[in-house]
Unconditional design. Structure first.
Length: 726
């Protein structure tokens, strides 16, 4: 590591007061990404470039780059035009959104940190800063990860003798001035992560999550790019908050020529009081960039897969019982379902809600994590044993953070319910939230989960979270507890993983309401949405995958009449849309005939064959396809093979449709194409020539010219496999 001391605060100026062009510059770079930091800025470092790796730059050119980014003084402004520094505050003249806000009993609001020292190498740096007058110290951490992602985190320490009230602590990511279009996501239950775009104009675009979890309407990514950027092209920069509680993301352009994205935790009023000597950190905020959203998301996927705890064994094909039986937990019915599941090739059988004391519907029982003796006279052992005899793993649904007022636990410990007033917060699904920040409540929940995992060979927990945190406090008149509850959740997940090696956990929150890399650093997959409607899932899965690798996204084949939308869909459409992720089934397989089960088995066999490609390949979404058709796929890391799904969402403008492309392959390599599946009711009145027998084309031809898609009715899909031609 290269170290520097307090002398870094010194700078030389020319006669006009501007920084000397001989100022110092720090260049971090890795995996296609560069970050250039101007160390001669006063008094806090400034990021002057984040994006394309500067492979040809020299120390002299980097110093020139830093100088070229320094603004002039203009009329009506300050004598030194303020800049977006690592910790920008009003005391430095910055009039945009500040990095930190707080006070000591209503006073001491002004903050002006100065650099003390730093250490760095080629990929990371840590800066220590201090404001002796405000009695605050800062540590700004910045690093480029193994996939080329930019990680930032700021920690503030109270060096005073009285408490400091922290109201805001954010980190900022500068974006190019020509990135004038914003992209983020929103939604609601059953329709999470729907995209929206708008012009990135002067002012602030602010998105806040106050739900105690990211929420179904949260933006998984806030991005700024050149107008019209898509998945395949157009430079774009985006950020994600790796935090499972309240948070904010914002995009801002200032009249002084600064454009940036920023994010941090969102504190409830009075939530964070920093005691003397104590510290508080932002979550890690993670930025990616690319020529198109495909490249931006590929950095997230590559880096997440590089973690030592990332699931590496083939993702077990999973059957979840919820839509098959709901609360009707009958041992004979469930055993028959397990046998049908094993017959089609299911590898993991998950028993959903309804197994614990008094849980015959969703109005009672949450918190009483004992197997219901009336329904399960011999416990879960007969079902678990049969599941394992059939060669499948056993999984169990839990919702440990929640409690029904109609439960033995609530009657015994009403003080464990998160509330801020004498009355309970508004209910959702007839339930409240357990205060995991209470040590006794935490221990009770942890002990019950440990007991279940010790008694039964449970390989997988489906960890649900079916309501927002509303008015979540430590008790009547007490302190806010969203932050402490989130940190306690992390501790509990870490504790369970450490005590039960090999245990996998799915994070589910009314489906996809808690999708963030904070919880996904501790779990093994997400339940992407409670909507299993394949047409609704197309957009949901596309934008969830901007950050989440496909092998961590639960995608299930569903029943012909979709429970969440009432739409009637074909098995082929449902399976094809679920194919490019962690494949599973959400369907009562005992209700279908042998022929249909055989079709399900064929799709499961295909999913098993393709899952190494899905787990290690590069996700490709294709631009320029007419609105009625969706084309997406996965290309192997070595570009030797690929699989694409072509979905006919609506009728096409052209009939038959014009050509579609398959980008992402090696331009110089020759490939063989073959269609693996299609509807049994093709409307085309003559054969599709290239589907009659395999053809060969180069990767360049496939990416730039393409092929005619099959004529399909709406709500149909085909799978195309592409392999190197030898």
């Amino acid at each position: 590591m290269h170290s520097s001391n307090g002398a870094l605060q010194e700078r030389t100026t020319d006669e006009s007061g501007h920084d000397d062009i001989g100022g110092r510059v720090l260049h971090l770079h890795r995996r296609g990404t560069s970050v250039v930091i101007d160390l001669s800025s006063d008094p806090v470092p400034v990021i002057v470039h984040w994006g394309e790796e500067l492979v040809d730059s020299t120390p002299e050119s980097l110093r020139g780059l830093a100088v070229a980014a320094r603004p002039q003084r203009v009329s009506g402004g300050l004598d030194r035009t303020p800049r977006l520094s690592a910790i920008a505050t009003g005391a430095s003249g910055w009039s945009g959104t500040p990095a930190i806000e707080g006070h000591r009993g209503g006073a001491g609001f002004s903050i002006a940190p100065g650099r003390v020292d730093h250490e760095s190498d080629d990929t990371a740096a840590t800066f220590n800063l201090e404001d002796a007058e405000a009695r605050l110290a800062f540590r700004w951490e910045i690093r480029i990860g193994s996939g080329g992602l930019l990680h930032q985190r700021t920690t503030v320490t109270n060096t005073g003798t009285d408490a400091y009230s922290l109201d805001r602590l954010d980190v900022a990511f500068p974006t190019p001035w020509d990135a004038t279009e914003l992209f983020d996501t929103t939604g609601h239950h059953l329709r999470e992560r729907a995209a929206q775009r708008r012009a990135f104009t002067l002012g602030t675009h602010l998105r806040e999550s106050r739900r105690g979890r990211p929420g179904a309407d949260a933006s998984v990514l806030l991005a700024a790019g050149r107008p019209g950027f898509g998945f395949e092209s157009g430079r774009v920069h985006g950020i994600h908050v790796a935090w499972s509680g309240n948070h904010r993301v914002l995009a801002e352009r200032t009249v002084t020529g600064e454009a940036f994205l920023a994010a941090g935790e969102l504190f409830v009023s009075g939530e964070v009081e920093i005691a003397p000597g104590a510290s508080v950190s932002t979550p890690w905020v993670i930025g990616s960039w690319g020529d198109g959203l495909n490249e931006l998301s590929a950095r997230f996927h590559a880096e997440w897969r590089d973690r030592p705890q990332h699931p590496t064994r083939p993702r077990p094909v999973t059957l979840n019982t919820w839509e098959a039986v709901y609360f009707d937990h009958d041992i004979d019915r469930l055993t028959s379902l397990a046998e049908a599941a094993a017959e089609v090739g299911i590898e993991r059988f998950v028993l959903d809600d309804g197994w614990f004391t008094g849980r015959r519907d969703d109005t009672r029982g949450l918190g009483d994590w004992e197997v219901d003796a009336e329904v399960w006279q011999d416990g879960l052992h007969p079902l678990v044993d049969r599941v394992r005899e059939l060669g499948m793993e056993f999984g169990l649904w839990v919702e440990p953070e929640m409690i029904n007022p109609d439960s033995d636990l609530a009657r015994a410990h009403p003080e464990w319910i998160l509330r801020a007033r004498t009355t309970l917060p508004p209910s959702a699904r007839q339930q409240q939230v357990l205060n995991l920040a209470d040590p006794d409540a935490y221990r009770h929940v942890a002990d019950r989960l440990h007991a279940l995992l010790i008694e039964y060979p449970i390989a997988y927990l489906k960890w649900d979270h079916n309501r927002d945190l509303v008015d979540a406090g430590s008790g009547p008149g007490g302190a806010p507890r969203v932050r402490e509850h989130t940190l306690a959740l992390y501790r509990l997940l870490d504790e369970l993983k450490a005590a039960h090696p090999g245990l996998e956990i799915e994070t589910c929150a009314s489906g996809g309401a808690r999708v963030d890399l904070g919880i996904l650093d501790r779990t093994d997959r997400i339940w992407t949405s409670d909507s299993l409607d394949p047409l609704e899932r197309l957009e949901n899965q596309r934008h969830t995958g901007l950050v989440v690798p496909p092998e961590m996204m639960g995608m299930h084949l569903t029943s012909p009449v979709v429970h969440s939308s009432g739409r009637t869909v074909s098995l082929e459409l449902s399976a094809a849309v679920a194919l490019l992720g962690h494949f599973g089934v959400e369907w009562d397989l005992t209700s279908v005939d042998a022929v249909t089960r055989g079709r399900v088995a064929s799709w499961i066999a295909l999913a098993k064959r393709l899952r190494p490609l899905i787990a290690h390949g590069t996700v490709v979404h294709v631009d320029g396809v007419e609105p009625g058709i969706d084309v997406r796929g996965t290309v192997a890391a070595d570009a030797a093979s690929a699989v694409f799904v072509v979905t006919q969402v609506t009728t096409s403008a052209a009939y038959p449709a014009g050509r579609i492309r398959f980008p992402g392959l090696d331009p110089a390599r020759t490939y063989e194409l073959r269609m693996l599946s299609g509807s049994s009711h093709e409307p085309g009145q003559s054969p599709l020539a290239w589907a009659e027998a395999p053809i060969t084309m180069t990767g360049r031809e496939l990416a730039t010219i393409g092929v005619r898609p099959p004529v399909q009715f709406p709500q149909q899909a085909v799978v195309v496999e592409i392999d190197s031609h030898h």
